[in-house]
Design a protein. Structure first.
Length: 312
């Protein structure tokens, strides 16, 4: 099967070519370290497009400060981007379940294999994501616990608010980050904001973090600006708050702000009767680092995540 893919991947006959922006010093030595930035695995994650643009723009503005290689892959799922659709259109496949892919597999698997092959040999890869349309996230890095000792020192440079270390049992084996870590490319996932929107403050915060990471890798000699030192979180530090009712969610708490145990996160209301079906309170002190963005809610839906200390 032949898939026509624009910009990120191009099929000529039956040959796929991965298209990227390759930024390297004018006079390479062959010993440069290499950073890869991947965005747009999900077609509704548009903030990554701005992050890639701004990163490239700033590098070109001070190109003489670049002493290593930066490869930027702005949109791995361009058809999804054009359709404003999270998965690969027509096939309805989540691209981030297909890695490491297969050259003899489906179109999606073949695409994943080509991307993997192109990134192979890099020192570090940052996979840039937004959240879904339902939940807004503060800037964070997510790291698999199996590789945390190697990746966490780099994640700490990323100018995010939280570095969330996930147990290996909860990490999707078909994700790009998992597949790259398996072949020795230190990989981390950056997540922030919400799908189909660009939060420019959050996005610029991540761009600053990427330059900080480049500085640590020794591939950027320019100035960097870092204002956020992340807190490290494990699953025990994160409380998932789910709805017990259906209706419309009206938030009271502010995204990214501190909340105390017992304070109101929001209310679920019945628009037919005008009744408050549920008042949702924080189960602990902490930061509201995930908050419901899409107001229509069903019983069991995730409303918020609170990062902080134990129950009090």
């Amino acid at each position: 099967m032949i898939e026509t893919v624009v910009s990120a991947n191009m099929l000529i006959g039956e040959v796929m070519r991965v298209k990227k922006n390759h930024l390297a010093p004018d006079f390479p030595t062959g010993k440069e370290k290499r950073l890869c930035i991947v965005s747009g695995i999900h077609g509704d994650e548009v903030a990554g497009q701005y992050i890639c643009y701004e990163l490239i723009r700033r590098i070109k503005k001070n190109f003489d400060k670049l002493t290593g290689i930066v490869d930027v892959y702005p949109f791995v799922n361009p058809m999804g981007l054009e359709a404003q659709y999270r998965d690969v259109p027509v096939f309805d496949i989540d691209m981030n379940t297909l890695f490491p892919g297969s050259k003899d597999g489906t179109v999606g698997e073949y695409t994943a294999a080509k991307v993997m092959k192109d990134i192979e040999g890099a020192d570090i890869c940052v996979d840039v994501h937004s959240s879904s349309v339902y939940i807004k996230e503060i800037p964070q890095v997510r790291v698999n616990s199996d590789v945390a000792s190697d990746v966490a020192p780099y994640a700490a440079c990323m100018n995010v608010d939280v570095v969330w270390i996930h147990p290996s049992s909860t990490v999707m084996e078909g994700s790009l980050a998992h597949a790259l870590n398996e072949i020795g490319v230190k990989s981390m996932v950056v997540e922030s904001g919400v799908a189909l929107k660009i939060d420019y403050d959050y996005s610029n915060q991540i761009v600053d973090g990427l330059f900080s990471l480049m500085k640590k890798m020794g591939i950027w000699q320019g100035d960097v600006e870092v204002q956020h030192k992340p807190k490290f979180a494990k699953d025990k530090d994160v409380e998932f708050v789910n709805a017990e009712s259906s209706g419309i969610f009206l938030p009271v708490a502010k995204h990214s702000e501190y909340i105390q145990q017992g304070e109101i996160i929001g209310r679920i209301v019945n628009v037919l009767t005008g009744a408050v079906e549920e008042t949702i309170r924080s189960p602990r002190n902490g930061i509201v680092f995930s908050l419901r963005e899409y107001p229509v809610i069903e019983e069991g839906s995730l409303v918020a995540r609170i990062f902080g200390g134990a129950h009090e």
